[in-house]
Write a protein that binds this ligand. Structure first.
Ligand code: BES
Ligand code: MN
Ligand code: ZN
Length: 498
């Protein structure tokens, strides 16, 4: 969708639909002050009929409203005035956009509630409006031969602010929102594609496309031969069981001063996880095409960062592989040697994410990272602990953990820290190797992080377990998370958020 900003009076605006927010208790807030007297009393009269109270998510469509130039007026409920949040705005805008996309209106103009009276409030609101609209308009029909598209889709949204002072803030928030949304959409597309199309090589080719689009980004993908030479025995042991060759995708974005250490993002790119010889049960196994959501979010974040030309150095690393059972696959009890030299006893071949990630995390050392954040659909245990709303956060550095937590809060893409210490680490002790790839009963999300922690001692590191948040389980659709969280972190590091 295209976005514009205008400071013209809302009642004079030629548009197919003017969107006005109403607070709970039929409170039009100060919005009506922006309209002429005839329009204001027409809307008050409509509210009196009682068809909407202003609860978050409610909508009411009015036609030919006296004193208003727009063809329609859509009242949207914003919830309680005191507690207007990104969340309440999100559900209101999602509902409005869904309706407008299905009806005949092709453009709309949304009046920003004057209650948003600081630059940071306007910034946050506008950005969440864009994110909400784009997420509602997203559809994945690449693999359908007949596309079921609305006949008159919504194509344009104008954000109307009464204050010229805010126009620049609105513009900035629109740009950030759109870049984050395209990054999320790319992540969702890659993740929604099935395993037979989105293979490790496909992921590599899509990443390379981004490299060709941006002068500041260089993309390469190591082959299995190159990984062998580096001694990536853990990663390669996973792809041994599959006919699709593994790739290690490396995306280098240089937007900051040359000698600034980069932030490195590492994303699990398991394009299909059948479990290997420790085969998964067949119920919902199709959803294991989403086991590359972490990698997809890293690719999406690099795209968004390049689109905004952020003044930062950022590296994305995506180890990509399948995990399938065949005669060359890992067997329980096998011992492999990682690039770091640590030997690993593979007690469960379904704990493969950590095997491909550990070599990628060792590879990350060569970039002399300021910090490393990995993103992975790593454990079912994380879903048990935090469900589908909150991403698991584990880290070897308190400041980095706090930075990620705050970023999640600021952009409504939350994560929550779990503890990590030696008591958990001991669960990985192995009789025959330096460490085992599973930690026995209890605390599966934590022991998985402890495993990764053994390979990240040389830098500041955080791990995001998105097993519950990367896609909608059962509903079958990737979410694009945690692209917003990562982008918020980058924007904050660049001091670009209000
Ligand atoms: N990709 C899965 C984790 C997963 C499972 C994510 C279900 C989302 C939903 C991972 O590779 C895996 O299989 N983990 C095992 C680890 C276990 C064998 C220690 C798990 O969580 O069951
Ligand atoms: Mn697995
Ligand atoms: Zn997996």
């Amino acid at each position: 969708m295209h976005y514009l900003t205008k400071t013209t009076a809302a009642d004079n605006l030629a548009s197919q639909c003017l969107i006005l927010g109403i607070f709970e208790g039929r409170q039009p807030g100060s919005t009506l002050g922006e309209l002429n007297a005839r329009a204001a009393s027409a809307i008050k009269a409509a509210l009196k009929k009682g068809d909407m109270t202003g609860k978050s998510g409610q909508t009411l469509m009015l036609y030919a409203v006296d004193g208003i130039e727009a063809e329609r007026v859509m009242l949207i409920g914003l919830g309680k005035k005191k507690s207007m949040t990104a969340k309440s705005l999100t559900s209101a805008v999602e509902n409005a956009v869904a309706q407008l996309n299905e009806n005949a209106a092709r453009d709309c103009a949304m009046v920003l509630p004057p209650e948003l009276d600081t630059a940071s409030a306007v910034y946050a609101a506008v950005r969440s409006i864009v994110l909400a609209a784009e997420s509602r308009l997203y559809r994945f029909d690449q693999c359908k031969s007949k596309k079921d598209r609305p006949p008159k889709p919504l194509g344009r949204m104008t954000l109307v602010t009464g204050s010229r002072r805010m126009a620049n803030t609105v513009r900035k928030a629109l740009a950030h929102g759109q870049a984050i949304a395209s990054g999320m959409n790319l992540a969702r597309d890659l993740a929604n594609l099935p395993g037979n199309i989105c293979t490790p090589s496909y992921l590599a080719s899509q990443a390379k496309k981004l490299g060709n689009k941006s002068a500041k980004m260089k993309v390469s993908a190591l082959t299995e031969k190159q990984m062998e030479r580096l001694g990536m025995g853990a990663l390669l042991s996973v792809s041994n069981g599959s006919r699709e060759p593994a790739r290690l995708i490396v995306m280098e974005y240089r937007g900051g001063p040359t000698n600034n250490r980069p932030l490195v993002l590492v994303g699990k790119g398991l394009t299909f996880d059948a479990g290997g010889i420790s085969l998964k049960s067949s119920a919902n196994m199709d959803e294991m095409k989403y086991d590359m959501c972490g990698g997809a979010s890293v690719i999406g974040t690099l795209q968004a960062c390049a689109e905004l030309e952020l003044p930062i150095n950022l590296v994305g690393i995506v180890p990509a592989s399948e995990n399938l059972p065949d005669g060359a696959a890992n067997k329980p009890g096998d011992i492999v040697t990682s690039m770091a030299g640590l030997t690993i006893e593979i007690l469960n071949t379904d704990a493969e994410g950590r095997l491909i990630l550990c070599d990628a995390l060792t590879y990350a050392e060569r970039f002399k990272p300021a910090a490393v954040v990995d993103v992975a659909t790593l454990t079912g245990a994380c879903v048990v602990a935090l469900g589908h709303h909150t991403t698991g956060l584990l880290a070897n550095d308190d400041k980095l953990a706090e930075e990620l937590f705050q970023a999640g809060e600021a952009i409504n893409d939350p994560c929550w820290r779990l503890p990590m210490n030696d008591d958990y680490r001991k669960q990985l002790d192995s009789n025959f190797a330096d460490l085992a790839n599973i930690g026995g009963k209890g605390a599966g999300a934590i022991t998985a992080a402890c495993f990764l922690g053994a390979f990240t001692e040389k830098y500041k590191w955080a791990h995001l377990d998105i097993a519950g948040t990367g896609w909608k389980h059962g509903d079958k659709g990737a979410t694009g998370r945690p692209v917003p969280l990562l982008m918020q972190m980058l924007l904050a590091r660049c001091k670009l958020v209000e």
